[in-house]
Design a protein around this ligand. Structure first.
Ligand SMILES: NC(=O)c1ccc[n+]([C@@H]2O[C@H](COP(=O)([O-])OP(=O)(O)OC[C@H]3O[C@@H](n4cnc5c(N)ncnc54)[C@H](O)[C@@H]3O)[C@@H](O)[C@H]2O)c1
Length: 454
């Protein structure tokens, strides 16, 4: 285990400098340069992916298995942790991908992930397993790691992404990318830095890696339903799991383990879950919204202390460029009609943005292709792009979708319209100044009309 790694960018810069020097020294001798170009391309093409996982919970474990092409068994329980374990009889498909290091805040969560990997014969040595609030720094100092998966609660994502890019690693980051505006800006900046350094970034907004969405949205952007007049999206579902407080847990430990219910950690479910749908809306409309025009929301059914202080329902109207309206709803309440989808209505037809386009005139279009597992596809796409020498970079897109969620959440919390440009000036950072276990009271529930977004 060596110290800090910035292998890739350093190698990149020196390669570029070397080629520049070579071409100057050997002006007119282009043939002499060829072997070096070929070597550089071959290095990327042959790159062995060496994963470091930060956040070894359900999704983090699942993301590693997806990258390896190993089948998972995913359980979203009513209570306890969400798990994505190794499925019975699973095998590793991608033998050119290694798992090198693990980092988590908690020993028990890391140990479970490590046990799962051991089922596949992957034994991560203790020296490559790091715990605590600074575990990410130790993992990023492992020079062998060249591909980092970020799967902690969203609060930590900007800090982890920035550090990973600075350390010269390619990154797969789970959604959402942040919980507040300063975090969104850090993600945008890290995306730019990654581009300069030739690093790839993919986000866990996996619809972007589904062929059905890709084909439908290409058609829609090419005018398949004429001008889009309005759009709508929903994540109306049931309650999700709760991690009950155990004796001896401080406020901080409990909030970190039961993170979905605290806005500073999850961003509220409007952002944490609905970001998938908001991301599709930004993609199909080719822009982020200009403003959240009007919003309502509250906490009516899911009101126990185990539910922290987040809302259980939201409805937001956004305005996009050209006056296009987008209506969004998100609910986590049991016993209601569930609806998870996106849709657009255009001057010449309608679509679900996914696999169906119905023009006013002519035949409907349906996506009839095979749809590979998007959780695997997002890693395949990122790794293929890195190996091709043109790494994809989804930082700006996921940052804008995250910001769209923040805009809607803040409009509902405050009961006021929120402008994108004004909101982008917010310097309010959510969460404690210092990360340490101890007292940290549950924040107040936002009361529309009284709560202020600043
Ligand atoms: N793309 C998808 O469809 C999808 C599905 C589920 C979850 N997610 C996202 O994945 C992320 C993780 O969700 P999950 O359900 O796996 O949660 P989880 O609680 O199972 O896992 C989070 C892990 O991060 C660890 N952690 C917390 N703070 C940390 C820190 N500062 N440093 C290191 N480790 C830390 C926790 O101990 C835990 O092991 C979330 O952002 C969630 O929104 C995405």
């Amino acid at each position: 285990m060596s110290s800090r790694s910035s292998d890739q960018p350093r190698a990149d810069v020196s390669r570029r400098q070397f080629l520049k020097r070579s071409s100057l020294a050997m002006a007119g001798a282009a043939a002499a340069e060829f072997p070096f170009v070929r070597t550089a391309r071959a290095a990327a093409a042959d790159m062995e992916v060496k994963i470091g996982l930060i956040g070894c919970g359900g999704r983090g474990t699942g993301a590693v298995l997806d990258a390896l092409g190993a089948a998972t068994k995913v359980i979203y329980p009513a209570a306890g942790y969400h798990t994505e374990d190794v499925a019975e009889g699973a095998l590793i498909e991608k033998n050119d991908i290694k798992v090198v290091a693990l980092a988590d805040l908690f020993d028990d969560r890391l140990a479970r992930c490590r046990q799962q990997l051991a089922k596949l014969g992957l034994n991560i040595p203790k020296e490559a397993c790091f715990t605590g609030f600074d575990a990410y720094k130790q993992l990023l100092a492992v020079s062998e790691v060249n591909y980092v998966i970020l799967a902690t609660p969203p609060h930590f994502r900007p800090m982890h992404l920035k550090a990973a890019v600075e350390a010269g690693k390619h990154v797969f980051l789970e959604k959402p990318a942040a919980v507040d505006v300063p975090g969104v800006k850090i993600v945008m900046e890290a995306g730019q830095l990654a581009r300069q350094k030739g690093l790839g970034i993919a986000a866990g907004t996996q619809r972007r890696h589904m062929q059905s969405y890709q084909e439908a949205i290409k058609r829609l952007r090419d005018g398949a339903v004429g001008e889009i007049v309005y759009a709508r999206c929903y994540w109306n579902g049931g309650e999700i799991w709760v991690v009950e407080r155990q004796p001896g847990w401080s406020d901080m430990e409990w909030q970190l383990r039961n993170w979905n219910y605290f806005t500073w950690l999850s961003g509220d479910h409007y952002l944490e879950q609905h970001v998938h749908n908001l991301d599709v809306m930004n993609w199909v409309l080719g822009s982020h919204p200009l403003r959240a025009v009007s919003a309502v929301g509250g906490r009516q059914v899911r009101t126990g202390p185990q539910h922290g202080h987040i809302f259980d329902h939201f409805a937001v109207e956004f305005e996009y460029p050209g006056g296009v309206r987008m209506f969004s709803q998100a609910r986590q309440i049991n016993g209601c009609d569930n609806l998870v989808e996106e849709a657009v209505v255009g001057t010449q037809g309608t679509s679900n943005c996914k696999n169906f386009i119905k023009p006013k005139m002519g035949d409907a279009w349906r996506f009839r292709g095979a749809e590979p597992n998007p959780y695997r596809q997002e890693h395949e796409d990122l790794i293929a792009s890195i190996r091709s020498g043109s790494p994809i970079n989804e930082a700006q897109a996921v940052a804008e979708s995250t910001m769209t969620g923040i805009l809607g959440r803040e409009a509902a919390y405050s009961g006021k319209a929120v402008e994108w440009d004004e909101a982008m000036k917010s310097t309010r950072r959510l969460g404690p100044e210092k990360y340490e276990f101890g007292p940290y009271p549950t924040p107040d529930v936002a009361m529309p009309g009284r709560y202020q977004f600043s």
